[in-house]
Design a protein around this ligand. Structure first.
Ligand code: F6R
Length: 241
């Protein structure tokens, strides 16, 4: 695990965007795994800036998002589909047929999850997966559990996660209680992983992810077993390391 601690959120976002941009420059048809939440917003803004200044071209890039709320359709302002358009896709020259986000309105979840996995495989696997991390150690929406859930699946969100994500909704009651998420194996199969975290409220989680035992009770701890992980933290998130 390569750990980079930077001064602040702005530098974190620039570093992360530069890593993703290099990946795209070296392999224009890269398959990139994307995340939502507040952490990657600055990274997406920086990627848009790099695109607008002519430094990167997304025309051949293929993307797969980690997760989507179950029950929300793509036009819902709280959906991750909406989020991705708002912060990234509507500002760059990505080919829409190369964009993949789990379908929050899938009628048959089992088939939808299997199809998502098949599409990732058909695309050649994920070259680099961008991750945030929940305070409870979740990656994607793989919540603390007794076992690692392997592949894309339907998740019951933790109380903690519902509470944390309620900041994006009018009230906690509006937060969906379930989501579709890539599984731990899906994430671990990515060739490279780039995890970002900022803020002192995540410092203990980060400490345990890096130094603690590998356990599904802290899903991100499994990243200790991945051969190519880069973690970028601001001073707060890295303060216990
Ligand atoms: C989002 C995702 C989640 C978030 C995590 C951190 O697609 O998969 O694991 O990365 O909940 O969220 P923020 O960045 O809002 O602290």
């Amino acid at each position: 695990m390569r750990i980079i601690i930077v001064k602040d959120y702005e530098e974190l976002s620039k570093r992360a965007a530069n890593i993703l941009a290099s990946q795209i420059i070296l392999k224009p048809s890269s398959v990139i795994g994307l995340a939502t939440g507040s952490t990657p917003i600055g990274t997406y803004q920086e990627l848009v800036r790099l695109y607008k200044s002519g430094n990167i071209d997304f025309s051949e890039v293929v993307t797969f998002n980690l997760d989507e709320y179950y029950g929300l359709d793509r036009y819902d302002k709280q959906s991750y589909y909406f989020f991705m358009n708002k912060y990234l896709f509507s500002h760059i020259n990505i080919d829409r047929k190369n964009v993949h986000i789990p379908d929050g309105k899938a009628e048959n979840i089992y088939i939808a999850c299997k199809t998502y996995e098949k599409k990732i495989k058909k695309a050649g696997g994920i070259d680099i997966q961008l991750l945030g991390i929940g305070r409870n150690g979740h990656i994607g929406f793989n919540e603390p559990d007794m076992k690692f859930e392997a592949l894309t699946h339907l998740v019951n969100l933790d109380e903690d996660t519902i509470k944390a994500n309620s900041r994006f909704f009018n009230s906690i009651e509006e937060v969906p209680k379930q989501a579709i998420s890539m599984g731990i194996k899906t994430i671990m199969n990515s060739k490279k992983i780039l995890l970002l975290a900022y803020g002192a409220q995540k410092n203990e989680t980060i400490y345990n992810m890096v130094n603690g035992r590998i356990t599904p009770e802290l899903p991100a701890s499994v990243l200790q077993l991945h051969p190519d992980v880069t973690v970028i933290l601001d001073k707060g998130a890295g303060s216990l390391l």
